[in-house]
Write a protein that binds this ligand. Structure first.
Ligand SMILES: Cc1cc2nc3c(=O)[nH]c(=O)nc-3n(C[C@H](O)[C@H](O)[C@H](O)COP(=O)(O)O)c2cc1C
Length: 209
């Protein structure tokens, strides 16, 4: 059983590539969208602070508004939904929400919660830490979303090619959040062009540089 599960996961990882042409007009069923978002939310994060906000753009007029901001990339309007992955610059504010119920449920003692929160608040004194954490952890959610989408029968394209300033303005993104990437999700109309990968000996180092 576990071998089967593992090989399914490996196949999804192998098959995921960035799809740029989608079956236009397809509306993602609500249950699929919910499963996708739920699977995304299972991503790991530092201190479990869940430094992401997922802005789901499935309204065609909103996608048309986004199109020029994303430099005319057609996957914005042709995919079923575009999900903007935002990083939370104030994820320290989630600590009480995350650890409070854990104390109530008896999973962790109150002293541990207080220690963790003191540690987090200390780290968040540094804005660079807040930004690094926001982008690092939201990126893990982004990857998880793309893998979950593939497992659900959808394809995706991550996009960094957009004007983040204009995006923030057009979609009223609060200052608390930093745009990390856009991801189009939909049914492929044409397979991705695989870019290939560098050989392992170029991307790995054994034990130490
Ligand atoms: C952070 C990031 C930004 C990207 N931005 C764009 C983009 O703006 N437009 C696009 O068509 N593809 C974009 N891509 C897709 C990459 O070109 C693609 O992932 C890479 O060539 C590897 O191909 P594959 O995803 O098909 O395996 C982006 C990928 C990442 C991870």
């Amino acid at each position: 059983m576990s071998t089967q599960v593992q090989s399914d996961v490996l196949k999804v990882l192998q098959d995921r590539h960035s799809v740029k042409q989608y079956q236009t007009g397809h509306k993602m069923p609500k249950a699929d969208l919910e499963q996708l978002l739920k699977s995304t939310s299972q991503a790991p994060s530092s201190w479990n602070l869940q430094h992401w906000k997922l802005l789901v753009i499935d309204d065609q007029a909103q996608k048309e508004k986004l199109l020029p901001i994303a430099y005319g990339q057609k996957q914005i309007i042709e995919s079923s939904v575009v999900i903007a992955i935002l990083g939370d610059l104030e994820a320290n504010k989630n600590a009480e929400l995350v650890f409070g119920p854990a104390v109530e449920a008896g999973f962790i003692p109150k002293e541990l919660k207080d220690n963790l929160i003191a540690q987090i608040e200390g780290a968040y004194q540094n804005p660079q830490v807040a930004r690094d954490e926001a982008i690092r952890n939201a990126s893990l959610a982004a990857m998880q979303l793309m893998i979950a989408a593939k497992a659900l029968g959808y394809d995706t394209c991550p996009m960094g090619g957009y004007d983040a300033g204009k995006f923030v303005e057009a979609f009223n993104v609060p200052a608390r959040f930093v745009p990390v990437m856009l991801i189009s999700v939909g049914l492929a109309a044409a397979p991705a062009r695989s870019g290939g990968r560098l050989p392992l000996d170029q991307i790995t180092v054994s034990n130490s540089f």
